[in-house]
Structures are given as C-alpha cells and as structure tokens.
Design a binder for this molecule. Sequence first.
Ligand code: SF4
Length: 374
Amino acid sequence: MNNQRKGRDININMACSKSNLNIGIPRAISYYNNYPFYYGFFSKLGIEIILSDKTTTETINNGSKYVVSDTCLPIKVFVGHVINLLDKGCEKIFIPSIQSTDYKINNCSKIRGLPEIIRNVLDKPFQIIEPTLDKTEGIGLKTFCFDIAKEFGITDKNLIESAISYGWNIYNKFCEMTKSGIPQQEALKNAINENIIKKNVELVRPISVVIMAHGYNLFDERISLNLINKLEKMGVKVFTSLNITRNEAINSIHELGEIQYWANELDLTGTAAYYMLNKKVDGIIALSAFGCGPDSLMVDEIQYHAKERNMPMLHLTIDEHTGEAGFITRIEAFIDMLIRSKRKLLQKQHNNLKILREPKKTIEKNKVLTDSLA
Ligand code: SF4
C-alpha cells in the first residue's frame, strides 16, 4: 500500500481535519533541520501534516506571554507556533524530546525538555506526541519512529520501516540540493515533491561570509530578520551549515583542536571552522539568541580561533526587541570593513606582483622617492 502524498504544498493554512490521522508540526526548532525526514515519514504512514504558519511578530508576542522573559527567543517562538496550531484546531501536536543526537552529544536543557515546557505553560486540552531521541542512552531513531506510529495505532513493522526509509530518501534529496547551493526553502519544496534541481552557474561575488547559527534562527526569516537575503542584496556570497557535510563539520571541529559537545555544534562551530580553515570566506557572522548558554560558549571558541587567524568576525545577538534599523547598520558596517580590507590586500598583492615583474624600474622609482624624502 502506498500512502504517500506527493507534491503537497508546504504552506498549508487550514483548520485541522477531523480525521484522527493528522499531526500538527510547529514550524520551529527541529523543523528547520529535520522537516524533510518528518515529511517523508508521516506521509508514508498516511498521517496528514498540518504546519503552523510562518513566524510573525504576533507569533513571537503570543509565545512570549506564556514564558518568563529571559527565556531564549527560539523557545518563545516555539510556544507561539504551538498556539497557532491550537487555533487551527489541531488535537495532536508533535513535540519531540531530542536529548542527544549522538553518544554524549547533547541538546540544551530547553530542547531536551520541550514537551515539559509546553505542558506546563499551556493549560489547554491537546495531545503531545513526544517521542524521545537519546543516543547516549541507546534510544535511536528507530525507537523514536516506532513510538510515534504507536500513538496513531500503527503497528505494522514493515510499513513503519518503509516510512523511515522514505523519510531518509526525502532528507537525502534535501541535503544534496542544499549542499550544491540551492536555498533552504527551495530545496525543501523540491525534496518533498521528489525532485532534485541543480544550481545554475554561480555569480562570482567580491565578498563572501559564513554565517554560524542554529537553523531555527537563521532560516526563520522573522527571527533572522532575513539576514541571508539582506547580505545577498549587498552583493555578498553567503555560506551556511547547509553547504557542507556532517563529516566536514565534525572534522573541522577536530582540526581546530576542539571537541564536540552540543548537538547543534555542527551548525555553529563546525561550519565556521570549516570555512575559516579552508580560507574560503572573508569573514564570519555569528547569529545567536540572547541568553543562550551553548551559543555563548561556541561563539567565544570561534572568536578565539578567528582572532588567531586574523579572520574578521561579527557577532549579532537577537531577541524579540531587536530592531531592523540597528541590525542593518551593523551588517553594513561589517561588510564595508571587509571590502576595505580586501581592497587593501589586493592593492598590496598587486604592488608585490609589480615589483616581481618590474624589479629594476620599481627599485629606481622607490629610490627617487626615498631621495626626495631625505
Ligand atoms: S540552544 Fe540556545 S537558543 Fe537554542 S533553545 Fe537552547 S538556549 Fe535556546
């Protein structure tokens, strides 16, 4: 039996159907890294996915009302998305507890305890589908997926296993496209339609930067204030964690002499390290949430290595009050500085080249200059 739904629009904006076989997925936190897998898995099981709407200021305000003010912005946003799904009439909402993604590679306490946070702050009648992934404790993806299926009364082992492999199939297509430079949303749309598209010839841009950030901060256009788009409009080439493989990120962390501890470290330390070590960019931009413990450690670590290698770095911290004007000013100032440094460097290289090509003429010219200054 093939329950898969092809070509489903990812911007579903409708009330939940009355069928029991549907699940609300908040467009936040693990959505940004794992949705291609979730999509394949649920659709193969015949479970309809209801996505929350894209983040808006209202989503943030709604979520902020329910949690203490020093909670990080992504968690406030997550709460706002759950409220949005409840408003759509969803009765089952997917809120996994992702404890560790590899042996002793942990998530922060807020992501680990996400189902508990939601249960405690939202006193509303709905069911939380809360499978646990904890590779440190030997609870892997298979158990995670079987636990989800059980909540819908699905116990057919073959069907669940084929849903898992279909999830990987969609996920791998997504990764193949993002690695080649296809933007995140475009790759997602094509992956769930089972397409693979190739990137057209890349324009050469004079300045390039890598952004180190969690996917849920960077690819949520409201949270990141559309940072990628703003940089591209300035003519900057942008690299992110989606442009490298997991192994490239892990190896780069080791090459820096660091060890991976946080689950999201590949998006931050690993990505920045890869581009810094391979000298592929002119600068690094760190985008982190105010009050995030893991981010402050990772950004500090990269700042230290960037300083040692003379790599310029800008650290942008965001919360629900971050204003667009100040944000743009800081980015523009950073890019201006990168342009000036690059111009100076190119001028220096050009002069050195000239000395190599025309040593006699240049030395004579320098002598005249030195004599005139004497
Ligand atoms: S890693 Fe940081 S930003 Fe992400 S949920 Fe945890 S505290 Fe918040």
